[in-house]
Design a protein around this ligand. Structure first.
Ligand SMILES: [Zn+2]
Length: 76
């Protein structure tokens, strides 16, 4: 049912690294943004320093208070 309600809404553009840091696509840092620009995988990024997984809509919906950018508080 929730999937039907959310159909058509873009999933959140939030990413979490191996340490649990969550950021939006503006606040991942220089290496993150370079990797994002070059990436062909919509859900995973590997940088020199880190690896990142994009949060899914279900993850954000299940913990909405935690799943926000740590720098700006946005949901991507
Ligand atoms: Zn942000």
């Amino acid at each position: 049912m929730a999937d039907t309600i959310n159909a058509g809404i873009a999933p959140p553009k939030l990413w979490m690294n191996a340490n649990g840091r969550i950021v939006c696509e503006r606040h991942g840092g220089r290496g993150f943004r370079a990797a994002l620009a070059a990436s062909t995988d919509p859900g995973y990024l590997l940088t020199d320093l880190d690896n990142w997984d994009r949060l899914t809509r279900d993850e954000v919906n299940s913990e909405p208070d935690l799943c926000v950018c740590e720098d700006c508080g946005s949901r991507g």
